[in-house]
Design a binder for this molecule. Structure first.
Ligand code: BG6
Length: 459
């Protein structure tokens, strides 16, 4: 067992355009669903803070990149805003091109590899008005947006992702109410998931056709599913939870096939989506790498009774409250460090050991100003412990042959978090909302800097 990470390991952080840029109504950008939702219902957002008040990266990216350098980061993931680049879906916004080119080039000039994602929950409003992910036309619109992005930035960006956590806009928007359009309908959610997958494949095809040199993948939130016990009914519950939450997207994306059992059960309940004309051809498009966002496991047990209609994945399992769980009480998420190892082994054993990296992991904590010391530094020892424990398991998996090539924390500078706005802070740097959005390093940034320098974990 070595404590060293592989050579050229990506040490970085992750963020997204809608959560960091601000400038939501500046230089020709059109509104996203988040902009419109916040305008209509500000009270739905923590402290009524919407996506116009973020860490203002649109104007401060150069300074932030210097702070990344100070921390020894060598890679950084963010996204392009579709609504900024193509405000009406067709017309190129030259100001957006100039901004993103300079942003990405500055990273490169500073020794930081830009990893650029195309969609991070931020549906342009014009597309939402056409039906959003429910309208099959979005596949073509998205592929066009991807093509434009590859043409405009493909000479400097060498690592691309199509989506961040596609399961989240599907579940939160169509089986819940944390994302617009807050629909609760399983059949519609499945159609949305299917269109999202086809849009992913269409974007990968567009990348291959563009002739741009580089790699393309996607970023999934993966929660290893653990059963309450080894009893058959609990294991059956685990199987279904895994099929719906993990394999439904991971199998087509990483293996180019849909799990047969999933297809069968959807057919049995008349829930299969309407297929897109180019389904067969698109399904052949392969990724170069996978990004994995890991925050928490999913624990399940058998339901007392299985309902006759399948209304949502959890019709087939029940959540299990593991008495020994350790919690991040601010976010209400279980902390289970070993999950990262179990994911790594699964990718190794079931998904051809495809190259992958941790594209998000992190700990959101409320009221972090409590931990500011006399020198003005947040003493986030809990975050250091969180990262160290996850890295320990990640290192073990690498020692056992996992093809993991990086670790990105969510996030670099505290950012705006959807309905939670600035309640929980995740960054290596604190942003001071009361003081001109000033950035201050937290203790964890100094700690990680050392780890990166040695490319080794002290354990
Ligand atoms: C990830 C998302 O799921 O978790 C981010 O990719 C998000 O966009 C992060 O901000 C933390 O979750 P939250 O809800 O606390 O912001």
């Amino acid at each position: 067992m070595t404590n060293k990470f592989p050579d050229n390991f990506w040490w970085g952080a992750a963020a997204s355009a809608p959560q960091t840029e601000g400038a939501s109504n500046v230089d020709g950008k059109s509104p996203t669903t988040w902009d419109v939702w916040h305008e209509r219902e500000p009270e739905a957002f923590f402290n009524q803070v919407g996506p116009d008040l973020t860490s203002d990266v649109y104007h401060r990216y150069r300074d932030d990149i210097q702070l990344m350098k100070d921390m020894n980061l060598n890679s950084y993931r963010t996204s392009i805003s579709w609504a900024r680049l193509l405000p009406d879906g067709k017309t190129l916004n030259e100001k957006a091109v100039a901004y993103y080119r300079d942003y990405f080039q500055t990273m490169l000039d500073t020794g930081i590899e830009p990893v650029i994602n195309l969609f991070h929950f931020d549906m342009p409003w014009w597309m939402m008005e056409l039906g959003g992910w429910e309208n099959a036309d979005i596949i073509e619109h998205f592929a066009y947006y991807a093509k434009v992005a590859f043409e405009q930035f493909g000479d400097i960006v060498k690592n691309w992702a199509t989506f961040n956590e596609p399961m989240v806009h599907i579940e939160c928007g169509y089986l819940g109410d944390a994302h617009w359009p807050r629909v609760n309908d399983f059949k519609r959610a499945i159609q949305v998931g299917y269109h999202t997958l086809m849009a992913h494949f269409a974007a990968v095809r567009s990348f291959r056709q563009s002739g741009v040199e580089g790699k393309i993948g996607t970023i999934l939130n993966l929660s290893p599913v653990y059963a309450r016990s080894e009893e058959a009914a609990d294991l059956e519950a685990q199987k279904w939870a895994d099929l719906f939450h993990t394999r439904s997207l991971l199998d087509p994306i990483a293996l180019n096939q849909f799990p047969q059992e999933l297809v069968d059960i959807l057919k049995e309940h008349d829930l299969l989506p309407t297929l897109y004309a180019e389904h067969d051809e698109l399904l052949t498009q392969a990724i170069d790498f996978l990004g994995v966002n890991y925050y928490q496991p999913l624990r399940v047990k058998a339901r007392e009774e299985i309902p006759s209609t399948l209304e949502r994945p959890s019709s087939l399992y029940a959540g299990y409250d593991w008495p020994e769980k350790k919690m991040n009480k601010y976010r209400g998420w279980e902390i289970y460090e070993r999950g990262i190892y179990d994911i790594a082994m699964r990718i190794k054993n079931d998904y051809g050991n495809v190259p992958w990296f941790i594209s998000e992991n992190g700990m959101g904590v409320a009221d972090e100003e409590r931990f500011i010391d006399e020198s003005g530094i947040v003493q986030d020892t809990y975050r250091i412990e969180f990262i160290r424990d996850h890295l320990t398991w990640l290192l073990k998996s690498i020692n056992e042959g996992s093809n993991c090539f990086g670790y990105h924390l969510w996030t670099f500078v505290d950012c705006w978090s959807w309905l939670n706005a600035y309640r929980n802070r995740y960054g290596y740097y604190r942003v001071d909302l009361e003081n001109n959005l000033e950035r201050t390093p937290k203790l964890s940034s100094f700690w990680l800097r050392e780890i990166i320098e040695k490319n080794e974990l002290d354990i």
